[in-house]
Design a protein around this ligand. Structure first.
Ligand code: CMP
Length: 220
């Protein structure tokens, strides 16, 4: 449990106590945990695998708000701002989660200021990131947004090797396009262009970043 930033400041006893009030949930790739608009009463922490949080427009188009992996939490908004779930959660890979009922969360926050601070830290980071995304939708072109999305995925799921940074994002091309907020064709064109310049190598559901510096420059 303490591998999750939310709970990393807890001592053995407190971590054990909180863990004993948590449930476990496992999902297969593609399974939906909850839908946008559902009543929500649990907060989740990813222990293994990846999930996506997405919203669907009235005409059926999907926008991905975030891809979350091990250690990251979600499902807190419907607790702090009581109301329905603000997004649909779907497993991107087979995934293991820990769940904590919203009713159990308040006593944890009241007695463990470390957990409350870590939660605020994650919420603040999320707001900062969302501001960036909104700014990029207004100010950046699609290739710039693709570069930025790849760098964000690399910072969380990347592994350095001799030939570059291997990013096993586990996303289909469609999902990558939904994350960038552009059509699949435009996103594929940007990826093919980056590949032809030697900045990266495309592999199914993963990418190898060969020239990190150029990609960073394109993202700016
Ligand atoms: P909740 O509304 O309970 O259920 C959906 C969850 O998606 C929400 O809580 C947040 O945890 C998460 N979420 C919503 N918007 C974002 C965002 N912009 N970035 C990351 N996570 C989000």
């Amino acid at each position: 449990l303490r591998q999750a930033p939310l709970f990393s400041g807890l001592d053995d006893e407190a971590a054990g106590l909180i863990e004993s009030s948590m449930g476990s949930v496992s999902l297969k790739r593609g399974e939906v945990l909850f839908n946008e608009g559902d009543d929500g009463n649990q907060l989740y922490v990813v222990t293994d695998g990846k999930i996506k949080l997405g919203r669907t427009s009235p005409d059926g188009r999907e926008n991905l708000l975030a891809i979350l992996g091990p250690g990251q939490m979600f499902g807190e908004l419907s607790f702090f701002d009581p109301g329905p779930r603000s997004a649909t959660c779907t497993a991107v890979t087979d995934v293991d989660l820990k769940s904590l009922g919203h009713d159990a969360l308040l006593p944890v926050l009241a007695s463990h200021s470390d957990v409350a601070l870590a939660l605020l830290h994650q919420l603040a980071g999320r707001l900062r990131r969302t501001n960036e995304v909104v700014g990029d939708l207004v100010f950046s072109d699609v290739p710039g947004r693709v570069a930025k999305a790849l760098l964000d995925l690399a910072s969380r799921f990347g592994r350095r090797a001799d030939d570059g940074v291997h990013v096993n994002h586990d996303l289909t091309q469609e999902e990558l396009a939904q994350l960038v907020g552009a059509s699949r064709e435009t996103v594929n064109k940007a990826l093919a262009d980056f590949a032809s310049r030697g900045w990266l190598r495309l592999e199914p559901r993963s990418v190898v970043i060969l020239d990190l510096e150029r990609l960073q420059r394109r993202a700016r």
